[in-house]
Design a protein around this ligand. Structure first.
Ligand SMILES: Cc1cc2nc3c(=O)[nH]c(=O)nc-3n(C[C@H](O)[C@H](O)[C@H](O)COP(=O)(O)OP(=O)(O)OC[C@H]3O[C@@H](n4cnc5c(N)ncnc54)[C@H](O)[C@@H]3O)c2cc1C
Length: 288
């Protein structure tokens, strides 16, 4: 049965501190509502248990993309369009621009937010692999204050996050990369646009003296949550571009992923394609 709107209450607090106070008084009762592009689909399908929503959309404190203290800070309400339109994001984090472009179509990009993309905790979401590759941190806010969590420790399992019921995602901080950087993003879906990922891989590497000095690889759709490919990274760190151990890294990747069969792809397809995309990424890196 479809969701009934007359059962729904949307609270619009006057201020962010009022919103935090409400979450603290009644934790777990109020569901944050940002762009609504995930929540409304589940509601419309009649699968959403939540009926009480806390509208975040008026809180200017949660908006904007700004450069501060060696990082770009993205307010949680930054939309995919904001990412696409930002000169600083283009300059420093091209993978995030590609992630935003690969998300839905323009209407979704105009409404859907970065905070919603990560707090929805879908293993198939498109910005998490890029945020993992860029070493992002999530800033969480509650009446108890704010705290930061490294994004690669934020997702604890399928739809399980280091996010208390009285906390909001306030911002995402992404350190500005230094040195000669390599950026790679590849989403594999049924189509180029309007398709949920079957496999998504984003990578960032710093090269020094022809050697892989730093490397992070983020993956989507191949585990219960977005993950770092730590085994593959370890096989590549410190290696010379002239002799990258591509086969060893492809083999090591098998220890990182735990793909499943679902309506979009089989586990075997995901495993083969993830290793192929990694191989493609490494051949590009080798030719840098
Ligand atoms: C047609 C269509 C196509 C789509 N295509 C893609 C795609 O290609 N790739 C992709 O990754 N996604 C896609 N999505 C999913 C969706 O658009 C994104 O996940 C989007 O980023 C969700 O953001 P939102 O602001 O709309 O979240 P909402 O729907 O408002 O919220 C999503 C979840 O996050 C929580 N939440 C939101 N903001 C906060 C916050 N600040 N603090 C704490 N919790 C919060 C909400 O409580 C809810 O649980 C698609 C959706 C549709 C309808």
């Amino acid at each position: 049965m479809r969701g009934q709107l007359h059962n729904v209450e949307v609270r619009v607090p006057a201020s962010l501190s009022d919103a935090l106070a409400l979450l603290a008084r009644e934790p777990g009762v109020w569901t944050p509502l940002a762009g609504g592009t995930d929540l409304m689909v589940v509601h419309n399908a009649g699968h959403l248990k939540a009926t009480r929503f806390l509208d975040l959309s008026r809180f200017e404190e949660l908006r904007g993309i700004r450069e501060e203290a060696g990082a770009l800070t993205f307010g949680a309400l930054s939309t995919f369009t904001d990412l696409r339109d930002s000169v600083a994001v283009h300059r420093h984090f091209p993978n995030l621009v590609k992630s935003a472009r690969a998300t839905g179509a323009l209407a979704i990009q105009n409404r859907g937010t970065l905070g919603g993309n990560i707090a929805n905790a879908s293993p198939a979401a498109d910005t998490p692999p890029s945020l993992l590759a860029y070493g992002a941190e999530v800033e969480l806010l509650s009446v108890r204050g704010s705290r930061r969590v490294a994004y690669d420790r934020f997702h604890l399992g399928y739809k399980v996050m280091d996010l208390a019921p009285d906390e909001l995602v306030a911002a995402i901080h992404v350190p500005l990369p230094t040195g000669r950087g390599f950026h790679y993003f590849r989403k594999v879906g049924t189509r180029q646009a309007q398709a949920i990922s079957k496999v998504c891989l984003a990578a960032w590497a710093r090269i020094e003296g022809g050697v892989v000095a730093d490397l992070r690889i983020g993956l989507g759709s191949v585990a219960p949550a977005p993950i770092r490919a730590r085994h593959a990274e370890a096989a590549l760190l410190g290696q010379a571009l002239a002799a990258l151990p591509i086969e060893a890294a492809r083999e090591a990747l098998l220890a990182d992923i735990s793909p499943i069969d679902d309506i979009r792809a089989t586990a075997r397809y995901r495993s083969v394609v993830t290793r192929n995309v990694l191989g493609h990424m490494l051949r590009e890196l080798a030719n840098l």
